[in-house]
Ligand binder design. Structure first.
Ligand code: NAI
Length: 469
């Protein structure tokens, strides 16, 4: 029976990071994945292809908006096949790169399905056929998550999950997105730019409930203009395939029903962990009541030889959280000190404008009864935002008044997803707001909005006058 020091099951951003880091530390590593290419959902049918489509959408929107500044382009002519080919080439290049990196690290990569037989052995059924038993000293489960299916939706090519929508077969005339979360809003925005008439239905009373309302409202205002409808506190209670679309029945929280037909429906109602088919019942690995794998601060399960990382261990289901857990788990396996104990995991919704936040939101800090100071810097006061025609933004800092440290940052605006990294460094390192205020930021950049928001905690920012209380 072949043996390995570390068996990593799943080659997404959690699994491949774990495999690479372990190989770099000198461990013999076997990496198993049942997909056609390394990279998991993120690279193959998630983060990366969606960002490629959103990039194309942004060009369309920017070109249309340019008319205001004296640049008139004709309407975009979308070549769906060419755009799809480009998107696929982006993912192929990245997944191919991972395969090379794995090879150079001498990692044994197997395409197949791994199933634990006990705390030290797994059976790997190869995608090409045949199976073998592999013994391991340690294993890391990094099998990710998959979209939640809605049983009431008919099985039809007119019903997509995120994978179907990212395949980008065409641009439907009308698209209903079920779920106003990350996936629904990102893909809804992309298809809207490509020409679909997009409606979003969300069961909760509000979309973007996790972010502070003052920031979310700036994005919501734009989405309300872009989308045909954003229906909150509403559920889909019935759906049936008709000749030219899906006939959907909605029910709002008052019990009122109405029907509408859509050419296409995208179900983006959350994701659930891939824990089945892993043979966990043959081990001591325990699940939480929500079906995630239970782990300690080093990402070790109740079975001492088995660790778990990424979506399979719970929210937030984010690639960068999985990669950070991967490092922590491998360090523990290699006998090094350290825990997975981040102060912040940044969230970004890559709509236009983007919405990003890290650390505590104002709402969370107030709910916890903390003594906080909050400073907001509207992008209308930023020269760079003005010069790029994108003043629809806001940068917000939340500081602990007791320590003067920054405990939360929220940003909405074009490029917020890049800017939040500075906020993440501030929160993670416990930076004092005063130090951010005194750090010289390059002019003219949107990063100055962070500095000016910090200045606002100590008086007036240079480019803003706020009435004295
Ligand atoms: P989500 O949890 O972000 O949003 C799903 C939304 O659907 C929720 O607001 C929920 O209330 C609503 N919902 C559920 N059932 C419904 C129903 N029957 N009718 C109407 N509304 C319903 O999940 P989403 O968007 O599917 O994304 C899944 C995961 O993928 C997220 O947890 C996120 O972490 C990750 N992701 C992250 C991205 C990013 O970082 N930019 C992009 C895409 C996904």
């Amino acid at each position: 029976m072949p043996s390995t020091q570390l068996l990593v099951i799943g080659a997404g951003p959690g699994g491949y990071t774990a495999a690479f880091h372990a190989a770099d530390l000198g461990l013999a590593v076997t990496l198993v994945d049942n997909g056609p290419a390394l990279g998991g959902v993120c690279l193959n049918r998630g983060c990366i292809p969606s960002k490629a489509l959103l990039h194309a959408a942004r060009i369309i929107n920017d070109a249309a908006a340019a008319e205001k500044i004296g640049l008139k382009f004709g309407p975009a002519e979308l070549d769906v096949a060419k755009l799809r080919t480009w998107k696929n080439a982006v993912t192929a290049k990245l997944t191919g790169g991972l395969a090379q990196l794995a090879q150079m690290r001498k990692i044994t990569v197997i395409r197949g399905q791994a199933r634990c037989l006990n705390a030290h052995t797994a059976r790997i059924t190869a995608s090409a056929g045949g199976s073998e038993h592999v013994s391991f000293e340690h294993a890391i489960i990094a099998t990710g998550s998959r979209p939640v299916a809605l049983p009431l939706m008919p099985a039809s090519a007119r019903v997509w999950d995120s994978t179907g929508a990212l395949d980008f077969p065409d641009v439907p005339a009308s698209l209903l997105v079920i779920g106003g979360g990350y996936i629904g809003l990102e893909l809804g925005s992309a298809y809207s730019a490509f020409g679909s008439e997009v409606s979003v239905v969300e069961a909760l009373p509000q979309i973007l409930a996790g972010a502070d309302k003052d920031l979310a409202d700036i994005l919501i205002r734009r989405l309300n203009q872009e989308f045909k409808a954003v229906m909150t506190a509403t559920r889909v209670v019935k759906a049936a395939e008709a000749a030219d679309g899906i006939e959907v029945t909605f029910q709002n929280d008052k019990g009122e029903e109405r029907q509408e037909r859509y050419a296409q429906v995208l179900v983006a109602a959350g994701r659930r962990p891939n824990v089945d088919e892993l043979g966990l019942e043959t081990t001591k690995v325990q699940l939480t009541e929500n079906g995630f794998i239970e782990v300690d601060s080093q990402r070790r399960t109740d079975e001492k030889t088995i660790y778990a990382i990424g979506d399979v261990t719970g929210n937030p289901m984010l690639a960068h959280k999985a990669s950070a857990e991967a490092k922590a788990a491998v360090e523990a396996i290699a006998g090094r000190e350290g825990d997975y104990a981040p102060r912040c995991i940044p969230s970004v919704i890559y709509t236009d404008p983007e919405l990003a936040w890290c650390g505590l939101t104002e709402q969370q800090a107030r709910t916890q009864g903390m003594n906080i100071a909050v400073s907001k810097f509207p992008w209308a006061a930023s020269g760079r935002a003005m010069a790029t025609g994108r003043t629809d933004g806001m940068t917000k800092l939340i500081a602990d008044t007791r320590t003067g440290r920054i405990i939360g940052v929220g940003i909405v605006g074009a490029g917020a997803g890049e800017l939040i990294a500075e906020g993440a460094v501030a929160v993670e390192t416990g930076l004092k707001a005063e130090d951010l205020a005194l750090t010289i930021h390059p002019h003219p950049t949107l990063s100055e909005t962070l500095m000016e928001a910090a200045q606002g905690l100590f008086g007036q920012p240079v480019h803003l006058i706020r009435p004295k209380k």
